[in-house]
Write a protein that binds this ligand. Structure first.
Ligand code: KIV
Length: 266
């Protein structure tokens, strides 16, 4: 049985922090669930972490569905959130319902979409159709072209006030949780205290009810992608490079395969 949105909301009620990570395939999803992660995001960050795009804008519903299915096959108990990619929900509510429906039919338990008050009607319709929605405000990467880069959001009194109003409006519309991305920690504290549903921070400081990071940043898979908000818990880029170098050297020196790694006729 997978964790439900009620189980996730209970973390905030108990005062327990909620740890969330992204995953995009079977083995990583399987490993992080076994390690105890209760909620996995199949993020549109698959675009710049796995598919080789510059950002998340080119990612399609088909891309998310493909990776989502693998993550679902790799897990049993984690709650799986699927990102709604750019232009899969902004055009009209009918598109949003159809695309979110596809993601739930592909195994997600909820969807996440980026944006504030403008999305209130969309969120209401999705929730009314039985589709749990996680909100995402602050730095919303699908709007990178509008922002002109990945900048801290809500730094002025006016933009901070707007962000608080967005959070309150999204909660009233029915989101079950809210991602706060790259905002000042004091602002994240204010939002977290103002709404009942859990806030999940990324680059938003310690006061959020939970934290989310991109798994590739946590594991150090792409070298040269160090970011202020992300902590690298392992250096898999180095591990992979060293293992590959060793393999090349063994093949070229005749050190692989050995007699024990070879087959013989009976
Ligand atoms: O796609 C993603 O990884 C995200 C997180 C940054 C929250 O949306």
């Amino acid at each position: 049985m997978r964790l439900t949105i009620r189980d996730l909301q209970a973390y905030k009620k108990r005062g327990e922090k909620l740890p969330m990570l992204t995953a995009y395939d079977y083995p990583f999803a399987n490993l992080i669930e076994r390690a105890g992660i209760p909620i996995i995001l199949v993020g549109d960050s698959v675009g710049d972490n796995v598919l080789g795009y510059d950002n998340t804008v080119p990612v399609t519903v088909e891309d998310i569905t493909h990776h989502l299915r693998a993550v679902v096959r790799g897990t049993e108990t984690a709650h799986i959130v699927a990102d709604m990619p750019f232009m899969s929900y902004q055009t009209n509510i009918a598109d949003a319902l159809r695309n979110a429906g596809t993601l739930l039919k592909s195994g997600a338990q909820s969807v996440k979409l980026e944006g504030g008050r403008r999305l209130v009607d969309t969120v209401k319709e999705l929730v009314a159709a039985g589709i749990p929605v996680m909100g995402h405000i602050g730095l919303t990467p699908q709007s990178v072209n509008q922002f002109g880069g990945y900048r801290v959001q809500g730094r002025t009194q006016e933009t901070a006030q707007k962000l608080i109003e967005d959070a309150v409006a999204l909660e009233a519309a029915g989101v079950y949780a809210l991602v706060l991305e790259t905002v000042p920690e004091d602002l994240a504290r204010t939002v977290t205290g103002k709404i009942q549903v859990p806030t999940i921070g990324i680059g938003a400081g310690i006061h959020c009810d939970g934290q989310v990071l991109v798994i590739h940043d946590v594991l150090g898979i792409q070298s040269g992608r160090e970011m202020k908000h992300a902590r690298k818990y392992a250096d898999l880029a180095q591990v992979i490079t060293e293992a590959t170098n060793q393999y090349i050297s063994d093949v070229q020196s005749g050190g692989f395969p050995s007699h024990e790694e070879s087959f013989r006729a009976k």
